[in-house]
Design a protein around this ligand. Structure first.
Ligand SMILES: [Zn+2]
Length: 483
């Protein structure tokens, strides 16, 4: 009896000790120790430990934390994962390059899709990184005109003729259906559908406004040649935003604007000062890339861009084009790099406090533009470390907090991305600021960036010690509430 009582007291004491112990040394799924944590929202830039459980950041502390998986981040920057608002390639091949470049959320918002449900269903439980899509005016226009998609952008009637009133109505219905099914935004590529009237575009903006969706627009005209200049094209869009109240996001302002880019940025600053919701993005390369069959290369393209055949590079082979090879490839179709920008323009766009960074990337069997694999490391390596064009925290703001904020009115879950705070999604990019560098080039676009040491998606490491992990699919849908 006596002995039992003693044993009982001892076991009670052990239980009490263990529970004190577990409060003091709570164990997380993952802890990240001694990293330089940078959070653009709170302006934190300090050595901290992070505790992560169930895909969420649970603790940010100077105290030592314990966890089942321990990541030693000494000497490394711990940043919110990078959010790419403009990534066309949305499959396993592309996701691997994005993850190795620090991207945790990759969104196709410019071209988008015509069928939102099917797009999300294809990726559920199968995605390395987080994904999301807009409902696209291009897709809606192709559906209304019964053009079968063969490439990202149209080359048939949707590229080349005006819409009837009935077709415009059908496009509005397609947009509305997509938005009800949770499309993140509304996408436009007006330069690829040059016969879309100003009225047609306004009608699409009106639908977007009803759903609080931002319009992500590739502008109608590029360059400086009046009257069809990028300045006139931006006037159309700012007017559409003012008339309808829809939020406007101008994609790749430096590649559309060319030499007019500083003027376009000034126009956006002025529009914002009138309380219009206008934002923009750019990518850190002096060439764009698009399909040679698209309407962009209709009669007169040389004057529009101020370039010639030699400034076009065929992506499949790396060869520069001539009049003959241009005409030959224009018949078959395929991707072509367009060297139309100067380094001064690109740097000015990157430095502007208005711009987010978005890649406009797509790789197909290793072919494409180096921006797919290298955009974010290039910003942090070349423009932050080498050129000092941006401070580190300003650069991180452009690639984490600003894109998250752009979408959070329509997609409230974006309030938990682009930040390092308790309760935020554990989407993190952990990199060596002295070593981060892009390795992809126009000749060899499918090369992983270096210097990204760890990437976590919803708390799951997809890059460990600089190595991509296989057979992990922690990516989740970024989707607006259904209604
Ligand atoms: Zn575009």
């Amino acid at each position: 009896m006596n002995r039992t009582k003693t044993l009982c007291c001892i076991s009670l004491a052990i239980v009490a000790f263990l529970s004190v112990q577990s409060v003091a040394e709570q164990s997380y799924d993952v802890v990240i120790l001694n990293g330089r944590v940078i959070d653009p929202e709170s302006k934190t830039d300090s050595i901290r430990n992070l505790g992560i459980s169930n895909g969420t950041i649970k603790a940010i502390s100077t105290r030592k934390l314990a966890g089942r998986t321990v990541i030693d981040a000494r000497g490394l920057v711990v940043s919110p994962g990078f959010i790419d608002l403009h990534q066309h390639g949305q499959n396993e091949e592309n996701n691997r390059f994005k993850a190795m470049d620090g991207v945790t959320t990759s969104l196709e918002l410019e071209v988008g899709t015509g069928d939102v449900d099917a797009w999300y269903a294809q990726r559920e439980q199968k995605s390395l990184i987080n994904y999301g899509v807009s409902i696209g005016h291009i897709g809606a226009r192709m559906m209304a005109m019964r053009e079968t998609p063969v490439a990202l952008v149209p080359s048939g009637p949707a590229a080349h003729r005006a819409a009837t009133d009935a077709e415009i109505l059908e496009m509005k219905q397609t947009l509305e259906r997509g938005l009800k099914r949770g499309a993140v935004a509304v996408g436009f590529g007006i330069q690829y559908t040059p016969n879309a009237s100003r009225w047609e575009i306004l009608e699409m903006f009106r639908v977007a406004e009803r759903f609080g969706a931002s319009c992500h627009v590739h502008m109608r005209h590029a360059g400086v040649k009046e009257p069809a200049s990028s300045i006139q094209a931006l006037q159309e869009l700012i007017a559409a935003a003012a008339i309808t109240g829809a939020p406007l996001h101008v994609v790749h302002i430096q590649s559309t604007g060319g030499p007019a880019t500083p003027k376009l940025l000034q126009m956006i600053t002025e529009a914002k000062s009138r309380n219009l919701d206008v934002t923009t993005e750019c990518y850190p390369y002096i060439a764009g890339m698009t399909d040679i069959k698209s309407a962009i290369f209709d009669e007169g393209w040389q004057e529009v861009f101020g370039i010639d055949y030699k400034d076009l590079q065929w992506a499949a082979t790396g060869e520069r084009l001539t009049k003959d090879t241009f005409n030959e490839y224009r018949k078959t179709g395929g991707m072509v790099a367009v060297f139309s920008m100067t380094e001064e323009i690109v740097t000015a766009a990157i430095k502007s406090p208005l711009t987010m960074i978005a890649s406009d990337g797509i790789l197909e069997k290793g072919k494409g533009h180096p921006r797919t694999a290298g955009t974010y490391s290039r910003i942090l390596g070349q423009y932050v470390r080498e050129q000092r064009a941006l401070t580190l925290i300003d650069a991180l703001t452009k690639i984490t907090l600003m894109p998250a904020t752009r979408l959070e009115r329509r997609v409230p879950s974006m309030k938990n991305k682009g930040r390092i705070r308790v309760g935020a999604d554990a989407d993190l990019a952990i990199f060596d600021p002295q070593a981060i560098v892009d390795k992809s080039t126009f000749q060899d676009p499918a090369r992983y960036s270096e210097g990204i040491r760890f990437v976590l998606i919803n708390g799951v490491p997809v890059v460990k010690d600089g190595e991509l992990q296989s057979n992990v699919y922690p990516g989740r849908a970024v989707r607006a509430p259904l209604n």
